[in-house]
Design a protein around this ligand. Structure first.
Ligand SMILES: Cc1cc2nc3c(=O)[nH]c(=O)nc-3n(C[C@H](O)[C@H](O)[C@H](O)COP(=O)(O)OP(=O)(O)OC[C@H]3O[C@@H](n4cnc5c(N)ncnc54)[C@H](O)[C@@H]3O)c2cc1C
Length: 473
């Protein structure tokens, strides 16, 4: 930081009541992402207490030409919350804005500040006898503001929708340092352009989300989990169709797991158990919930599996008999990323294609990768019910992972070209940040990029908000 910047940063202390960090060791955790993949620099980290504080910080940044980098739990996977290396930015951490402002059981809404950790929102809802369904493996650290800004998905999108669909209203500090109070808990509001939807998924490039009204739901009385062996992704798709017809809204999760994924988890985690005697090329985790009773949920799920078995959609299946067993089955799905990471570097893709085309996509992508990079091992799993696959690629067995990681761009091109050909998306739930920014520009139509730039220019004409994220400067 130059002397001039240091003097100017001193002025920032006086404009708001929260905490200001300027010492290198205090700022360090805010200047890199949780995996240490991106590193940046900043002149300060501001931790405001109120929306008015955030507005004051943003006004100060505008007056002093300091870019604003909003940050929640810093668990994002696309580098969106890390400042660039220039050292001019102020990171605005929402961590201290973590209050539940209101909970209305008749309106079925909860109004929370942006820094509320997802798990705390779930707990507040449960305490009031309601259910808040947004659920991700990072829920113990990620915040509502971050989840909304990346339009996070997770494991219950099939039934309840992603973060966008769960949000009714927002409070946002604009790049001009004004507070927009859009905290309306309305299910219907057709009064012009939907500003809320602009800020959701904007990854902090249009403003700082300071609070949100989120939907609540009745708390399920029972949650049952089955793990089944299926011969192919197409059989899994037909099982999905059957499950949707038999369970209706009781179907809350439908997750695909490949044989290699299960193998990696069993190798890495000592307490993981293979549910079946014989291996299968594919597996599906099915979660069913019921508002009335466990008996009803069990009856419906077992009837579904019997019918699927009869139709030869599944070769084997098990329904968890206890909460501990249900957790163990979920762990087989949720520990895949960690098990794969333990093997060494791999090349990750978070893609979406129309659900009906998932089987064909997996087949073609595997074949295209085998042609271009003989021996590579696709590690395929994901939210099949949402058309969202984590299509990760590990090097051929025995080959060094570091060398393989250098092929990232080429591997990405093979997978993402095919995603585009299937009418899909190269980022289903992790956002663009800096990781996928330039690739997105390649796959989106020029008119789409031009409209995005026009929106950015209209709302943030000086390019103050999280520059370099989502759109190239
Ligand atoms: C183990 C693990 C599992 C995950 N699983 C999933 C998953 O299943 N589904 C899924 O969708 N994602 C998943 N993620 C990634 C996911 O994006 C984040 O966990 C979460 O949504 C980000 O929240 P955060 O508070 O950590 O945001 P951060 O990482 O702090 O920020 C993410 C982006 O949002 C912006 N931002 C943050 N807060 C605000 C705010 N208040 N106003 C404006 N902009 C803001 C930042 O500038 C950045 O661009 C996972 C991550 C991890 C580490």
């Amino acid at each position: 930081m130059t002397d001039e910047q240091a003097t100017a940063t001193d002025g920032l202390r006086g404009v708001f009541s929260g905490r200001l960090l300027t010492a290198a060791e205090d700022m360090a955790p805010f200047l890199t992402d949780w995996r240490g993949q991106w590193r940046g620099a900043a002149r300060a980290v501001a931790q405001p207490d109120t929306a008015a504080d955030v507005a004051a910080v943003v006004r100060w940044c505008a007056a002093n030409g300091a870019p604003v980098v909003p940050q929640g739990g810093n668990t994002g996977l696309s580098g969106g919350a890390t400042p660039d290396a220039g050292g001019r930015a102020v990171v605005v951490s929402l961590a201290r804005m973590n209050r539940v402002r209101a909970l209305d059981t008749l309106n079925n809404t909860i109004t929370v500040e942006a820094g509320c950790v997802l798990k705390a929102v779930q707990a507040a809802a449960a305490e009031a006898g309601r259910y808040f369904p947004l659920s991700l493996a990072s829920e113990g650290s990620c915040t509502i503001g971050g989840a909304l800004s990346t339009n996070a998905g997770g494991v219950a999108v099939l039934r309840y929708g992603n973060a966008r669909e769960l949000c009714l209203g927002l409070e946002v500090v604009t790049p001009a340092g004004e507070v927009w109070d859009g905290l309306r808990g309305l299910r219907k509001d057709n009064t012009g352009y939907d500003l809320r939807d602009l800020f959701i998924g904007a990854e902090g490039t249009l403003g700082v989300v300071t609070a949100a009204v989120m939907k609540l739901f009745p708390a399920p009385a029972a949650r049952l989990v089955a793990f089944v062996a299926v011969p192919s992704p197409d059989a899994a798709l037909r099982l999905l169709d059957l499950a949707q017809n038999r369970l209706g809204p009781g179907l809350t999760a439908f997750e695909l797991v490949s044989e290699l994924c299960l193998e990696l988890v069993l190798k890495r985690f000592e307490d993981a158990r293979d549910p079946f005697a014989a291996r299968s090329p594919w597996y599906v985790l099915v979660e069913a919930t019921d508002l009335i009773s466990e008996a009803r949920a069990r009856e419906a799920l077992e009837a579904l599996l019997a019918e699927a078995f009869e139709a030869e959609l599944i070769a084997d299946g098990t329904v968890a008999a206890s909460l501990a067993q249900a957790r163990a089955l979920w762990a087989l799905r949720e520990n895949i990323s960690e098990a794969q990471a333990a093997e060494g570097k791999n090349i990750k893709h978070d893609v979406a294609v129309p659900i009906s085309r998932i089987g064909a996509f997996i087949e073609e992508a595997q074949a295209a990768l085998a042609r271009a990079f003989p021996g590579v091992r696709p590690v395929v799993f994901g939210h099949l019910g949402d058309g969202n696959l984590h299509f990760n690629v590990s090097p051929p067995a025995g080959q060094p992972h570091e060398a393989f990681a250098k092929l990232r761009a080429e591997v990405n091109t093979v997978v993402h070209d095919l995603v585009a050909a299937f009418g899909g998306s190269i980022s289903a739930e992790h956002g663009l940040g800096v990781l996928r920014r330039d690739e997105a520009a390649r796959y989106k139509a020029p008119v789409e990029i031009a409209l995005m730039r026009a929106i950015k220019q209209a709302i943030d004409p000086h390019g103050l908000m999280n520059p370099g994220k989502v759109l190239a400067p």
